[in-house]
Design a protein around this ligand. Structure first.
Ligand code: TAP
Length: 482
């Protein structure tokens, strides 16, 4: 196959104005952290320090919860749904207007390709605010019960893989339903959340409706433990999700947990094989595989395993790994040194377990955190690389002979977040979707997201749904005392 050279096509970073240091966003203003401590956030593609960010302690979280409570009781819970909706529409429009700025900043702080932050993350963020703006004055028609009322002050802790999109998934439904929020972005990716705080100011959102406290795990824990929080929404690792569930057991706090996954991407012998290969690439190499619903296990029907292996590796040889700001880049930087080390460790485990490792052999930049697209074949179900989330650009290939075996293998992990099916047969798609223990099942596609569609998992992938009408349920109470 001929290979083409691409001329560099870097997106300009002049569109973003990164400050040297950032405070916390509490009560509508940027304030210093009480203890005065700060941490640095770096560009994972270059290791360049982008900014210093305040680290919120317990007193800061307390101030943010009090600001949120004030805004809740005095303004936001009393406002009509139509008026709340106007603010959400305003936020959505500002995000669209500042889309390029958000996309470049997300790529700088996270390492994901600009093609993804520009074409996937930021448009979906705006779509989430538009969608929930539409619900704000129609909650009584959302089958949420006779008199849906807000829950109160919501604590939200989000991860680094889709920093702004996870913020949108959390903030938009909470505000639409009349709640106020205290949100903590991940330590390695705080910058777009802080730019969002500026959008809240620009939209003249009443002070205290959205509060953003930056910090690491201890800041998240302070939100979880704060008695003034009525509901928690968490996305991140299953380990931290379990700790949160233990911390709030016995309290009146409601919680939704969106945790890890180990999705099966199942390819039958009648599938359009080149489309399936594209679906596999999108399933596991999108966002460097830092995706909870990534198709990290390929289950391929034995009769086409060899052909799929050949076509997949040929396709991976064409992926461009490198500068995330280059519009030609397919696979960007790993988000942090810690995550890179986790991936490297799991890959060593896979080799020690006897699986066969292959990577694309592409050149990698010298500075920054990088990992080549990697395929493990000869993987068996008991291997850790078939059971545990790697959260990187690494896929494990297993085979099956019958649909029943595919279902049994697909369901054989502690997780249950998503799955993909590739086949020409509609009846088989419906049968498989019914059997698969996964919250989301894609057919002849993968990693498709839409604000109207509920997303969430079974088993150790967590509980609760985000998006769609179902996603509103977590943010309202209906009966007495509920
Ligand atoms: P987590 O530690 O779970 O981080 C998620 C969020 O929780 C971050 O904001 C984190 O803060 C915060 N946090 C950490 N400890 C906390 C605590 N005790 N109480 C409350 N909040 C706490 O995930 P990670 O370390 O970034 O990644 C570890 C693994 O988690 C990854 O390898 C991957 O497998 C998985 N992961 C899954 C997802 C999804 S979407 N399911 C997303 C990210 C990671 P800091 O980031 O500031 O520490």
């Amino acid at each position: 196959m001929p290979t083409f050279e691409y001329a560099p096509a870097p997106e300009s970073r002049a569109v973003v104005d990164i400050r040297n240091s950032y405070g916390l966003f509490v009560g509508g203003e940027f304030v210093d952290a009480e203890g005065g401590t700060a941490f640095k956030t770096v560009n994972p593609a270059t290791e360049e320090v982008l900014a210093e960010v305040a680290e919120a302690g317990e007193a800061d979280v307390d101030a943010a919860v009090r600001a949120a409570r004030n805004a809740y009781t005095r303004v936001w819970s009393r406002m009509s749904g139509a008026d709340r909706g106007k603010y959400l529409y305003r936020i959505a429009r500002i995000i669209q207007e500042r889309a390029r700025e958000f996309a470049v900043l997300e790529t700088l702080d996270n390492g994901k390709p600009i093609r993804e932050s520009r074409d996937v993350d930021v448009p979906l963020v705006a779509a989430h605010f538009f969608y929930h703006a539409g619900w704000a004055d129609k909650l009584e028609y959302a089958s949420l019960g006779a008199d849906p009322r807000p829950v109160g002050v919501v604590g939200q802790v989000i991860p680094w893989n889709f920093p702004l999109l996870m913020l949108a998934w959390k903030v938009a439904p909470a505000l639409a339903c009349g709640n106020t929020v205290v949100l903590k972005p991940a330590e390695t990716t705080p910058l777009t959340a802080l730019l969002f705080a500026e959008v809240c100011q620009q939209a003249e959102l009443p002070p205290g409706v959205v509060n953003i406290v930056t910090g690491a795990g201890a800041t998240g824990q302070a939100i979880v433990d704060h008695p003034g929080i009525d509901k928690l929404a968490f996305t991140g690792s299953t380990a931290v999700g379990k700790m949160i569930a233990r911390s709030i057991a016995g309290t009146r706090k409601k919680a939704t947990l969106e945790l890890g996954g180990k999705a099966a991407n199942i390819v039958f012998d009648d599938a359009a094989i080149d489309q399936a290969v594209e679906g596999i690439v999108d399933g596991i190499f999108f966002n460097q595989g830092h995706v909870c619903c990534a198709g990290s296990r390929i289950l391929v029907q034995e009769s086409i395993a060899e052909e799929l292996d050949h076509r997949l590796k040929r396709r991976l040889g064409t992926l461009r790994v490198g500068d995330p700001l280059d519009k030609n880049t397919d696979v960007g930087a790993i988000n942090s040194r810690t995550q890179l080390e986790r991936i490297e460790e799991m890959v060593k485990v896979g080799e020690a377990e006897g699986a066969e490792r292959w990577d694309s052999g592409c050149d990698l930049p010298v500075d920054g955190f990088w990992f080549r697209p990697t395929v493990f074949s000869n993987v068996s179900q008991s291997h850790r690389i078939a059971q545990e989330e790697i959260f990187g650009p690494v896929v494990s290939v297993l085979t099956f002979r019958t649909p029943g075996e595919a279902v049994a293998k697909a369901n054989n992990t502690p997780y249950g977040l998503s799955a993909g099916i590739w086949t020409e047969k509609g009846s088989r798609i419906l049968w498989m979707a019914d059997q698969l223990r996964a919250g989301v099942v894609w057919a002849n596609t993968f990693n498709k997201f839409d604000p109207t569609s509920p997303f969430g998992g079974y088993k150790e992938s967590g509980y609760g749904r985000e998006g769609g009408r179902h996603g509103l349920e977590a943010y309202v109470k209906t009966g007495a005392g509920e």
